[in-house]
Design a protein around this ligand. Structure first.
Ligand code: SF4
Length: 284
């Protein structure tokens, strides 16, 4: 039976060469390994020709590490896919803010290409410099601000991921991240409360944050999430934006925000003017 869903995920990379102190990926999946372009090409071709898919999301454990002798880095891969599949939309699911040059070149490309969706997930995990050092994440708050503002200047909106309650997280570090999120105001942000994984450095760090404190911080983030999400939706009021229509999921913006109203499923990805009303988006 033909799958009516018109969006699919394409695996482009696995493993990771970073050493974030809380993560088990490297231990279980090993260092970064990229799918050969020939395999990605065959997979994309099959999704389009056999299943009629119009939008493909490129996914990896740490996609920014993608590298292949035929097409080069992640930017080269996107350029090649756009050229080889001229009627298909692509989306880069997740971009770590590790490599400034690659991050900016990718945003340049996404910002300038109609068929690359102008949204992505940026896992930052914290915006406190001291907490980031303990996590062994190679970025600072100043660099994050620069990169995220750069993305926005190019028209790319982002969702963020953070880890509340990393060992030793002080009230000051928590507020540093909280205030940064409020200032940078992403589309939305996801919280994954810290949970010690056996065998990781983070599990052995002193000053593990108590469950009560983590719950309290998660509650504060919940209020901020609503405020930020409403704020973003309001910025879309009266704008013409790209909307994805799927039989299973209804209509949603490329940022995954539901839009009410009548839509033609035939169009799948089209621009519509939307209005913001009482916390919701509706078709004009
Ligand atoms: S970048 Fe992601 S996958 Fe890689 S070590 Fe850090 S948390 Fe793990």
């Amino acid at each position: 039976m033909v799958d009516l869903k018109k969006t699919n995920y394409i695996k482009i990379q696995d493993g990771c060469s970073q050493k974030c102190g809380y993560c088990v990926v490297r231990e279980f999946r090993g260092p970064s390994i990229s799918e050969p372009y020939a395999d990605i090409y065959a997979n994309v071709k099959s999704c389009i020709e056999d299943h009629g898919m119009k939008l493909l999301q490129l996914e990896g454990v740490n996609s920014i590490e993608y590298n292949d002798p035929e097409v080069g880095d992640l930017i080269g891969l996107c350029q090649r896919l756009l050229k080889d599949f001229p009627n298909t939309y692509f989306m880069v699911g997740q971009v770590n803010p590790f490599d400034e040059d690659k991050f900016k070149r990718l945003m340049d490309l996404i910002g300038s290409e109609e068929r690359l969706l102008k949204t992505c997930l940026v896992p930052i995990q914290s915006a406190s410099d001291t907490a980031l050092t303990r996590m062994h994440r190679p970025h600072t708050q100043a660099k994050l601000r620069e990169l995220l503002n750069y993305a926005r200047e190019k028209g790319v909106e982002f969702t963020i991921e953070i880890i509340p309650g990393f060992p030793g997280e002080t009230e000051e570090e928590f507020m540093d991240t909280y205030n940064f999120l409020d200032e940078i105001s992403p589309v939305a942000f996801w919280t994954h409360a810290f949970s010690a994984r056996p065998g990781t450095e983070a599990a052995t760090l002193p000053d593990q944050v108590s469950e009560d404190v983590i719950v309290e911080r998660m509650e504060k983030y919940k209020d901020l999430q609503k405020k930020i999400s409403d704020r973003f939706k309001e910025t879309l009021d009266g704008k013409e934006i790209m909307v994805i229509v799927e039989p299973e999921h209804g209509a949603r913006t490329i940022h995954n925000i539901p839009v009410s109203g009548d839509f033609s499923a035939d169009e799948h990805i089209s621009k519509y003017t939307v209005h913001y009303k009482e916390g919701r988006l509706e078709r004009a």
